[in-house]
Design a protein around this ligand. Structure first.
Ligand SMILES: Nc1nc(=O)c2c([nH]1)NC[C@@H]1CN(c3ccc(C(=O)N[C@@H](CCC(=O)O)C(=O)O)cc3)CN21
Ligand SMILES: CC(C)C(=O)C(=O)O
Ligand SMILES: [Mg+2]
Length: 292
């Protein structure tokens, strides 16, 4: 998508009508948000994958509103042209509609342009209430990692006609309730294609094939910083090797006294070192006099 102006919900909807693919990637901090924005992505997802790729947590279930507010604010400080989507963490929108709207409001106040919730049919009340509050909301269907315990792990979903139908209904009802886009995660490709054909709002896919209006990837997977990435995550660069190599070079140079070299340290003003020596000598003498 060309142009310099801030990307809004209108742009995202128009992209589908024009047949232009949408590009989304995660970011969790200011410098990364700046870089992915300079690369020209349409949307930055401050994902709750934060917990797994940045905070070292076992799953996304441990991620809190406080985590999401802090990292959404960090991304917003990059002032990206891309739309910032803040993931609603586990238990921030399930217990009640009013709590969901309040928590979504916190993410917008932190700088998000929209929020994302995991679910479809079961969350139409939440989607409608957010719309009523003027909060753009993205839905997320297929594999929903916050429900991995119920789903039985992080597996491909929609492989049977019954399961496929359920996912298609999720997407349709979320769109009907007012979601402006739908993330379709790790479904059989036919399911994502069917959803993409049936709904007016764009589908943003991850691990669900090419017949979608856009794609999303976790930045650490794309950069090669995830030790065991999901099978659908393409690694565009091996940053892990690059980082390890750079730090090994630094360690070598410190141990061999090559770093810091002459051009990387600085001295006092002319004559000041000699004056310092005299000051130190005088202090030494005074100490002796006081003792004796
Ligand atoms: N780094 C990262 N990238 C992601 O895309 C991502 C996260 N983390 N965390 C949140 C969710 C979880 N996702 C995942 C995680 C693992 C698999 C995966 O490895 N699937 C295996 C089977 C694993 C199992 O059975 O336990 C597969 O081959 O299908 C898929 C999606 C996608 N999301
Ligand atoms: C995998 C994407 C869609 C996500 O929800 C996240 O990064 O948290
Ligand atoms: Mg997420």
């Amino acid at each position: 998508m060309a142009g310099r102006e801030k990307i809004t919900v209108r742009h995202i909807l128009k992209a589908k009508q024009r047949g232009e693919k949408l590009v989304m990637v995660t970011a969790y901090d200011t410098p990364t948000a700046r870089l992915v924005d300079e690369a020209g992505v349409d949307m930055i997802l401050v994902g709750d994958s934060l917990g797994m790729v940045v905070l070292g947590l076992p799953s996304t279930l441990q991620v809190t509103m406080e985590d999401m507010v802090r990292h959404t604010a960090a991304v917003a400080r990059a002032q990206p042209r891309a739309m910032i989507v803040g993931d609603m963490p586990f238990m921030s929108y399930e217990a009640s509609v009013s709590e969901a709207v309040r928590n979504a409001g916190r993410l917008l106040a932190a700088g998000a342009d929209a929020v994302k919730i995991e679910g479809g049919s079961l969350y139409t009340d939440v989607i409608k209430a957010m719309r009523r509050a003027g909060i753009p909301v993205m839905a997320h269907v297929g594999l929903t990692p916050q429900k991995h315990k119920l789903l039985g792990g992080y597996r491909l979903v929609g492989k049977t006609a019954e399961e496929a139908l359920e996912i298609i209904r999720d997407a349709e009802e979320a769109a009907e309730a007012g979601a402006f886009a739908i993330v379709v995660e790790f479904t059989a490709w036919e399911v994502a294609r069917e959803i993409t054909r049936r709904i007016q709002v764009p589908t943003i896919c991850i691990g669900s094939g090419p017949y979608c209006d856009g794609q999303v990837l976790v930045i650490h997977d794309l950069l090669g910083l995830t030790p065991t990435p999901p099978p659908f995550a393409k690694r565009y660069v091996d940053l892990a090797s690059i980082i390890r190599g750079a730090v090994e070079a630094y360690a070598r140079e410190v141990r061999s006294s090559q770093f810091p070299a002459q051009d990387m340290y600085w001295g006092m003003k002319n004559g000041e070192y000699q004056r310092l020596q005299k000051l130190l000598e005088r202090e030494n003498q005074e100490e002796h006099e006081n003792q004796g």
